[in-house]
Design a protein around this ligand. Structure first.
Ligand SMILES: Cc1ncc(COP(=O)(O)O)c(C=O)c1O
Length: 366
């Protein structure tokens, strides 16, 4: 399966949607990117001016500040972490250097899984899942086991983007043990938003395996997307094999300093977790009452919403834009049926604005 750059689309570009519908641009509440709404942590803001002096010298070759973050926050040994310029960059790196021939991608999911595979001239095998089925059910299915027989690696988003479903760590570990010849490329970009993360997270020293490569991002939870910060986590053996193929200085000095400071942002972490459990539940209570919409259950900071009558999708999107709401249009999620949007959970006033807009637009649809 080929994936072209034409369909290479991320959130955060309301202009493209205004242009598509020939609507005049206006100020919007952009809910298409799933970042922590509290923005850059205060400790990073305070330290920022001091980092000007770090611009002249080279940073550490291997991103020591990022390793320090994983050591302090997740007790992961330094030799089990490979820092990167965002987790996305590491996805492309792994595909380039790992020598895969056939890689499965559980779909619908984040577009760059497929793109990283095809960009490396590797065969991409779509593995379609109905988002109404849990990831655990999919992972334990006979059809997936059959597919794994002929794959070198498989991408699994957990939590998955766009629906937010998350696989249990135990199921992932069991599957990886049953297929030692397959690399399990598990994307944990949103794992820190999940309550009871211990049940789902592979970011612990007892859960490291040679054939599980975890992609972790520091850009979503800490609202640092512009800095580009993330890492791969795996066994020391797998990280050593990957490290010899790695370019030096993949993480810049400022990003390294940010990462080193993040373990001290404990208040920010607690505040975020408290906000999401309250705001997420309140938003779900409102959304599930709007006739004509289906909301996928999710513990993450985003919700996938299905318009039950997808024929009115264009009118639905235009209506939301006119109400000043920019959702993530989900047209380019391969394997997702027509009629979906994804929205980020925001602060209370933002969620109220979203709910009011959805109510208004739905009332106007036939
Ligand atoms: C599911 C998922 N994984 C990974 C990424 C990339 O994150 P990063 O900013 O760490 O490169 C994104 C970005 O949108 C994403 O949605």
């Amino acid at each position: 399966m080929k994936s072209s750059t034409d369909s290479h689309q991320h959130g955060g570009a309301p202009r493209a949607l205004f242009a598509r519908y020939g609507l005049p641009e206006r100020e919007v509440l952009d809910l298409s990117v799933n970042l922590n709404p509290f923005g850059v942590p205060e400790l990073i803001r305070q330290a920022w001016p001091d980092w000007i002096d770090q611009l002249a010298p080279y940073p550490s070759v291997e991103g020591l500040g990022v390793k320090a973050f994983y050591q302090q926050s997740f007790q992961l040994p330094n030799d089990c972490v490979l820092p990167g310029n965002g987790s996305l960059e590491l996805m492309y790196f792994v595909q380039r250097v790992r020598g895969y021939r056939r890689v499965g991608v559980v779909l619908p999911s984040f577009h760059d899984y497929m793109r990283s595979v095809t960009a490396a001239d590797v065969d991409c095998v779509p593995l379609l899942r109905d988002c109404k089925q849990s990831l655990d059910t999919f992972i334990n299915s006979v059809s997936l086991r059959q597919a794994l027989e002929s794959l070198d690696a498989i991408y699994i988003g957990s939590p998955n983007n766009p629906d937010g479903n998350v696989a249990s760590a135990e199921d992932l570990l069991r599957l990886a043990a049953a297929f030692p010849q397959v690399d399990f490329l598990v994307d944990h970009a949103f794992i820190q938003f999940i309550q009871n993360a211990g049940h789902y997270s592979l970011l612990s020293s007892e859960r490291l395996r040679d054939n599980i490569i975890v992609f972790h991002s520091l850009t979503k939870f800490y609202a640092l997307a512009g800095v580009r910060l993330g890492a791969l986590v795996s066994s020391a053996d797998t990280i050593a094999r990957l490290s010899v193929k790695r370019e030096p200085w993949a993480v810049n000095a400022v990003a390294e300093s940010c990462a080193a400071l993040l373990p001290r942002c404990t208040e920010y972490v607690q505040h975020t977790q408290r906000w999401l459990s309250v705001a997420g539940a309140a938003l779900d209570a409102e959304l599930t009452q709007i006739a004509g919409l289906f909301v996928y259950p999710s513990q993450t900071n985003y919700r996938l919403i299905c318009l039950r009558q997808p024929d009115y999708y264009d009118a639905f999107l235009q209506g939301l834009l006119q109400q000043g709401i920019h959702p993530r249009c989900c047209r380019n999620f391969v394997g997702l049926p027509a009629g979906h949007i994804r929205v980020c959970v925001g602060l209370e006033a933002e969620n109220q604005r979203l709910v009011a807009a959805l109510r208004h637009v739905m009332k106007g649809l036939p």
